[in-house]
Design a protein. Structure first.
Length: 99
């Protein structure tokens, strides 16, 4: 699917085809919610591990944004997907990406 606001001559084939990302994300969310329910049923020892997942998600987001920037995505394109301003995205991830 071509986005009308993307100049194909400038962007070329820098982007990989997206395959089942929505389904993969949905699966990850179901696993995390199930983990929370399991802990709620009395597995208090796992509570610390559940909360540690937040740090893992932050690190994964950092790696994702860094990879997108390496593939030529602009701060505006990234911010648009996250419903934030280009400036907010840059402020959040510029140090991580070194850009």
């Amino acid at each position: 699917m071509r986005r009308p606001d993307v100049n194909q001559r400038l962007t070329g084939n820098r982007r990989r085809r997206v395959v089942e990302n929505d389904e993969f994300g949905d699966f990850a969310r179901r696993v995390i919610r199930a983990y929370g329910r399991r802990i709620a049923a009395g597995d208090v020892e796992a509570l610390r591990q559940l909360l540690a997942l937040a740090a893992d998600v932050d690190q994964a987001a950092d790696e994702a944004v860094e990879g997108l920037r390496e593939h030529g995505y602009s701060w505006g394109e990234i911010a648009d997907r996250l419903d934030m301003s280009r400036q907010a995205a840059h402020k959040r991830w510029a140090e991580v990406t070194g850009r």
